[in-house]
Design a protein around this ligand. Structure first.
Ligand code: FPP
Length: 237
C-alpha cells in the first residue's frame, strides 16, 4: 500500500439503524459495534497505523439518549477496557480517553484511570476513546484553563501553544477521519484537530464495517493529494 495515515479517527455511526433493520433492540447494534472495534484495531496495527481514535459517545449522545442506552454504552466500554486491558498492555498499546470524563459512571472512570496509568509508558500503538466528548466543550474548557494560567502571553499565543490545552495535546492531528453509515458531517468531533484531515464516508453501518472496507479507506487516502496550504508540487512532502 502506498501512503499510510499515521492517525485514523473513526465516527462509528449506524449501530442503531443496523439493529433496527434487523428487528433488534438498538443496544444489540452497540454490542456488535464493540466487537468490530477489536477487529479494526488489529487491521490498523497490521497496516502500520500508529494512532486510532474512536468516537464512542458524544456529549450530545450523553445528554439526549435514553438513560438505558447511555448506561448500556458505558457498561460496554467498561467491559471492553477490562476484557482487553491485559492484551493492550502485552501489545504495548498506550490508552487514553478524551472528553468530559468526570460525568461518567465512577466504575468506568476507575477503569479508564487504571488503564491510562498502566499504559502511559508505551509508544508502539496509541488507542484513544472519546467519551462524553464534544469539540466545542473542549475549546471552551481549553480557553478557561489557558486564562487561568497567569504565565500565558495571550498576545503572542500560537496554535502550538493553544493546542497544549486540548484533550488531544499529546496526539498528532488525525490524517484520516472515517465515518460510517452515510452521514457526511463531523458532528462536533475533533473540529480543530481535523483542520487538514482527509474525510472518508461510507454507507456501511458500523457493525458491518470490516477489514475490506478499512483497506478501501486507506487506499483512497493514499490517492489524496494533501496540500495543507502548499502548492501542488510540494504536496505530500
Ligand atoms: C452511533 O450509532 C454509535 C454510538 C453512539 C456508540 C458507539 C459505540 C460503540 C461502537 C461500542 C462501544 C465502544 C467501544 C470503544 C468499546 P447510533 O446509535 O447513533 O446509530 P444510529 O445513528 O443508526 O441510530
Amino acid at each position: 500500500m502506498s501512503r499510510i495515515p499515521v492517525h485514523v479517527a473513526f465516527i462509528m455511526d449506524g449501530n442503531g439503524r443496523w439493529a433496527q433493520v434487523r428487528g433488534l433492540p438498538r443496544h444489540e447494534g452497540h454490542r456488535r459495534g464493540a466487537a468490530v472495534v477489536k477487529k479494526i484495531l488489529r487491521v490498523a496495527e497490521k497496516n502500520g497505523i500508529k494512532y486510532v481514535t474512536l468516537f464512542a459517545l458524544s456529549s450530545e449522545n450523553f445528554l439526549r439518549r435514553s438513560e438505558f442506552e447511555v448506561n448500556f454504552l458505558m457498561n460496554l466500554c467498561e467491559k471492553f477496557l477490562k476484557k482487553y486491558s491485559k492484551t493492550l498492555c502485552e501489545k504495548e498499546v498506550r490508552f487514553r480517553a478524551i472528553g468530559n470524563l468526570s460525568r461518567l459512571p465512577i466504575n468506568l472512570q476507575l477503569a479508564i484511570e487504571k488503564l491510562t496509568r498502566s499504559t502511559a509508558h508505551f509508544d508502539r500503538f496509541h488507542l484513544t476513546i472519546a467519551l462524553n466528548y464534544g469539540a466545542r466543550n473542549e475549546v471552551i474548557r481549553a480557553i478557561g484553563n489557558l486564562l487561568q494560567n497567569k504565565n500565558v502571553d495571550v498576545e503572542n499565543l500560537t496554535w502550538k501553544g493553544f493546542e497544549q490545552y486540548l484533550y488531544t495535546k499529546d496526539l498528532p492531528d488525525p490524517d484520516l477521519i472515517i465515518r460510517t453509515s452515510g452521514e457526511q458531517r463531523l458532528s462536533n468531533f475533533l473540529l480543530l484537530q481535523s483542520a487538514y484531515a482527509e474525510l472518508y464516508f461510507t454507507k456501511t453501518h458500523w457493525p458491518d464495517f470490516n477489514e475490506k472496507e478499512f483497506l478501501l479507506a486507506i487506499e483512497d487516502y493514499g490517492t489524496r493529494e494533501r496540500r495543507m496550504g502548499k502548492t501542488n508540487d510540494k504536496a505530500n512532502d
